[in-house]
Design a protein. Structure first.
Length: 125
């Protein structure tokens, strides 16, 4: 599960109606998936990268449209902490590029529609 440092950042970044445990679970799922793709154990950098992709750590590379789309995406997965179907759906939404790009900043530049299979109605704005 996420480090105390990541937990503190998440607590400061939530939007109204978001549950901290859901967001931390999303970070955990993405961090583990990226590490597994690289064939290694999860490291603190994986958590940092997942938090950056999910707009929970500030990064100058993200556009306003990126932040808005990913914040909306986080809302789609409300309840993920307790719902194994949502966990599988979230994991299945990851693109190969999201999982394999070593520099997450490069992945972010591509936009959320290149990183996730977005639900209908979401995407480039």
């Amino acid at each position: 599960m996420a480090s105390e440092r990541i937990r503190a950042m998440v607590a400061d970044s939530l939007v109204p109606g978001e549950d901290e445990t859901d967001v931390l679970h999303m970070i955990d799922v993405l961090a583990h998936a990226r590490a597994a793709t690289a064939g290694r154990p999860v490291a603190p950098r994986d958590e940092d990268d997942a938090a950056k992709v999910l707009c929970l750590i500030f990064d100058m590379v993200k556009t306003a449209a990126y932040r808005e789309t990913v914040t909306d995406l986080r809302q789609v997965y409300r309840g993920i902490d307790q719902d194994s179907d949502l966990q599988r759906q979230f994991r299945a939404s990851f693109s190969p590029r999201l999982l394999s790009t070593p520099d997450v900043r490069e992945a972010i530049r591509l936009g959320p529609d290149a990183l996730f299979e977005l639900p209908a109605g979401m995407g480039a704005r």
